[in-house]
Design a protein around this ligand. Structure first.
Ligand code: COA
Ligand code: NAP
Length: 267
């Protein structure tokens, strides 16, 4: 499969109704794939489905479902409905996530658990639930991780713990599912402009400028740049790549998390 042709393929995107994940869904839809997305808000799903249908090529199907990745049964039902509509998944993206900025002592047990439940348990529910519907051999499974997975970052204890777990799931499932011809990788976006993730860590234009200044390439990334890596990983050009945790971050991963901690602390 070349990077520009996903005609006849089926793509499922968890958390696909906005931001980076919607950008990935759009990239596959524009290249001919049938795409199914799931997130909690039915309004957001309907809006994203309309955007995706406007891009879709003739013959492709676009479907949307409302479910919470914390609810394994609801996600299993959405996966089954999507499978009935678009067939075996060639590409599975797990990108639903939640974040807020708080010191560990400012988080209740429920606050910590909420992010672990969405990011880590939710990823397990999506990947585990989708396994029976993945194309074997051939499927490309991608979890959307975050730099917090390997950069200890102040006020992000929940996200650091959750995304480190996500990347370990990537590595373990790459080994367990490799013999079936399923590849499992993580993409680690750096700060991506005009996204909810950045707005939560850097709510003001000044804070966003400080954040961009910490990136070796001195700018934030774009959703298209993350989508490009998802296309590459799912293309014929990446068929020997599995278990990889790949930063797409302008070099941010080279200098640890203290700068982000400082940026948050200065707000
Ligand atoms: N500081 C400390 N605790 C916080 C908090 C904050 N800023 N924001 C939420 N929490 C806590 C809540 O207080 C609650 O715990 P409590 O009942 O013991 O007080 C717990 O987190 C759950 O909050 P709730 O609002 O009920 O959760 P939810 O399931 O409705 O929403 C969130 C989940 C909190 C992660 C919400 O921000 C969300 O839905 N985010 C999705 C979008 C997003 O984060 N995008 C960026 C992705 S990187
Ligand atoms: P976003 O726009 O808030 O996207 C999050 C998506 O997940 C939304 O579609 C949301 O829709 C869905 N979602 C949230 N909680 C859910 C749940 N419990 N069940 C089902 N769906 C849920 O955020 P974003 O900034 O684009 O981030 C997308 C991904 O990139 C995340 O995994 C994030 O950790 C990662 N990331 C982002 C950045 C960045 O710079 N933005 C950097 C590094 C990593 P609903 O509200 O409808 O559920």
């Amino acid at each position: 499969m070349e990077m520009n042709d996903f005609k006849g393929q089926a793509v499922f995107v968890a958390g696909g109704s906005s931001g980076i994940n919607l950008g990935i869904a759009k990239a596959f839809a524009a290249r001919g794939a049938s795409v199914a997305i799931v997130s909690r808000s039915s309004e957001r799903v309907a809006g994203a489905v309309a955007e995706l249908r406007a891009l879709a090529l003739p013959g492709a199907r676009i479907e949307g479902y409302s479910a919470d990745v914390r609810d394994a049964e609801a996600i299993a039902a959405a996966l089954a409905q999507a499978h009935a509509a678009i067939g075996d998944f060639d590409v599975l993206i797990s990108g639903a996530a939640g974040n807020f900025v708080a010191p560990a002592l400012g988080m209740s047990a429920k606050g910590f658990r909420t992010v672990i439940d969405i990011d880590l348990n939710g990823t397990f529910h999506v990947l585990r639930g989708a396994h029976e519907f993945l194309r074997k051999p051939g499927a490309s499974v991608i979890s959307i991780s975050a730099p917090q997975a390997y950069n200890p970052t102040m006020y992000q204890a929940h996200v650091c713990a959750a995304k480190a777990g996500v990347d370990m799931l990537t590595r373990v499932l790459a080994m367990e599912w490799g013999p079936q011809g399923i590849r499992v990788n993580s993409i680690v976006p750096g700060p991506i402009g005009d996204t909810e993730g950045v707005r939560r860590l850097a709510p003001t234009p000044e804070a966003q400028m400080r954040m961009a200044a910490t990136v070796p390439l001195r700018r934030m990334g774009t959703t298209q740049e993350i989508a490009d890596m998802a296309l590459f990983l799912s293309s014929g050009r990446a068929q020997f790549v599995t278990g990889a945790v790949i930063p797409v971050d302008g070099g941010s991963s080279l200098h640890g998390g203290r700068d982000l901690g400082a940026a948050v602390a200065m707000q």
